[in-house]
Ligand binder design. Structure first.
Ligand SMILES: [Zn+2]
Length: 266
């Protein structure tokens, strides 16, 4: 999966079209849409819609009910790129109650299914991922699969949002997101095709360092973005300025995203 960056502040974004989590979400959206349409429910535009749908684990065929998102719109975003507005962040991620597979796709070819089964049966997954929440478990699974570093970083970023309601779990997810975004930035530094991902990874390393209270590290990382102008990351300039202010004030709390909220969608 190739991701072309986060939506710019000011855009109204359908999560199913632009979200970096779209691989996982698109599948669930299709499931939910088909169920909802068959039930003759009305899809309301510009609202976050969730539904309980029937899901079948592609590994062992277990059928269960799970919450799924089928629409959402971003009206703005926080400094950690969490979208704000009528949108689920992170998107709901169904997880098989039988094998604990966080179902990022219901379409797995045989070789991939075999690899995932082996990972799920392994010691690390059973001890670290099974007790964890779905996005964190998916991060571990993607690490074990040797997925793209940016994709792993983004998965753990979702895990930080998943952990927000349980203060103590934010830091482990943030630490992993930070480490993987650092690897992603390094891996993509000289790749013109992935430069935007490199910029996003460098930026998120600043935010995650700040949120972890490492202000000196955050300040140093922010200098790596000196002179970086990316026309497709329209939020970057204001986000860099906000980071400089927050780091100077030694504030590690999440922002409320209000500074740069765009006009409401039409
Ligand atoms: Zn299963």
């Amino acid at each position: 999966m190739k991701w072309h960056g986060t939506p710019a502040t000011g855009d109204v974004v359908r999560v199913s079209r632009r979200s970096p989590q779209s691989w996982a979400v698109d599948r669930s959206l299709k499931i939910a849409r088909s169920l909802l349409f068959s039930a003759s429910l009305t899809v309301t535009a510009l609202a976050s819609e969730r539904a309980i749908v029937s899901v079948k684990c592609p590994l062992d065929g277990t059928e269960f009910e799970a919450v799924q998102d089928f629409s959402g719109y971003a009206e703005g975003q926080r400094l950690d790129l969490k979208k704000l507005g009528p949108i689920s962040q992170p998107p709901a991620l169904a997880r098989c109650p039988q094998c604990s597979f966080p179902i990022f796709s219901k379409y797995l070819d045989a070789p991939l299914a075999t690899r995932i089964r082996a990972i799920l049966a392994g010691e690390r997954f059973r001890t670290e991922a099974v007790p964890a929440k779905p996005w964190f478990a998916l991060g571990i699974l993607r690490e074990e699969l040797g997925a793209d570093p940016f994709e792993i970083g983004w998965t753990y970023l979702n895990a930080t949002w998943e952990a927000e309601d349980e203060g103590g779990r934010y830091a482990p997810a943030a630490e992993r997101a930070l480490a993987w975004f650092e690897r992603a930035a390094e891996a993509r530094r000289d790749d013109p095709e992935r430069r935007r991902d490199c910029h996003v990874a460098l930026y998120l390393a600043v935010e995650l360092s700040r949120r972890l209270g490492r202000f000196d590290e955050a300040r140093q990382k922010l200098t790596r973005l000196d002179g970086v102008v990316d026309e497709e990351l329209r939020w970057l300039a204001s986000a860099k300025a906000a980071q400089a202010r927050l780091i100077a004030a030694r504030k590690s709390a999440p922002d409320d995203g209000r500074e740069d909220l765009p006009p409401p969608p039409r």
